[in-house]
Design a binder for this molecule. Sequence first.
Ligand SMILES: Cc1ncc(COP(=O)(O)O)c(C=O)c1O
Length: 391
Amino acid sequence: MSFNITKARERFPALQQDQVFLDNAGGSQALGDVIDSITQYLSKTNVQLGASYHTGSVSNTKYEEGYQAAAKYINAGRDEIVLGGSTTQLFMNLAGALQFNEGDEIILSKMEHETNVKPWLFMAERLKLTVKWWYSSKEDGLKLTLNNLKPLLSPKVKFVACTHVSNILGTIHDVKAIADVVHEAGALFCVDGVSYAPHRKVDVKAFGVDFYSFSWYKVYGPHIAVLYASNSAQQHVKPMAHFFNPTKTLEDKLGFASSNYECVQSIPQIVSYLDGAFDDIAEHEGKLQKILLDFLNSRPDITVHGSTSTDSSVRVPTISFTVKDVNSKKIVEEAEKVSNYGFRWGHFYSKRLCDEVLGLGPEAVTRVSMVHYNSEEEIRGLVKVLEQILP
Ligand SMILES: Cc1ncc(COP(=O)(O)O)c(C=O)c1O
């Protein structure tokens, strides 16, 4: 049965109220099935894992099914993932465990949410590594490419990190092509998939990455994240487990007992909802972004930061803009006065991008971030709101 966008809305209890959710890159709404499964789990099976009595074994099975579903969903082995509190937390855990030699180089990008920067700066300080910065200027198209990466690569570079999609710009990076070049240079490649995963299928093997993370609370689930590390990349990860515990899987190495049980066991609900849905999602999202971008692109006083293309193979519908002589905060405040549209302004933790690359002031951008459960009618309504409040 093909995925039906209109029917999809019925699956989200939060959408049945008087609010239009357009801050989805901040956090999506949760599926009703996820909410129900968490209630069931806490009501009936909330016991410490590992026990052999009846309820204990039910709980063990549910937790294991959650892990298996998450691994299968991203095309990883069960031993190649760990689930934990947030992407930031999981990258921090990884940054404390990765091993490199003093004087090795790492490449970090300035197009990132700080989550994919700070942990590696901490790692560089801990291991005495040299940091090189990677970015793409406005003139260069604000896109990380092989052209702007290659001049930074050398045999000394051992680790490269970048985002799959910026949470401001929305442009999709070709992580497969980047992974190939990074590997040719002999380095490991880490990708922040947080802004990509709500919109497109994640397949870590097809991407060819060494490390990949995203947060299920932006993918219609509860507040938990997943980190993938390939079996070969795990050779560089020093196990952080208690001395008497196993150290074989990524969960053993970096789990720190932080895979929240009720959240883990709800993952099969998300996976089953998204099964086979992404072609329809990409098509529908393309229609949504076209409505908003056609309006924004038609106004000479508006700058869209990132690609102005409406093509869903180029970008996801996370759209940031500034209006000449109007601050971004004011736009949100005025929209809230006249409508039930929820979207936001600011740097969204991509501060280096907003300050150093885009050269914006403290209010940075207005960001409208849509997902598949937004309707075309909602976005046409947003255009009317913007027409009403903008000079
Ligand atoms: C691109 C990107 N990376 C990372 C994060 C941080 O994710 P988490 O809250 O799970 O640490 C966010 C959150 O907004 C994000 O948009």
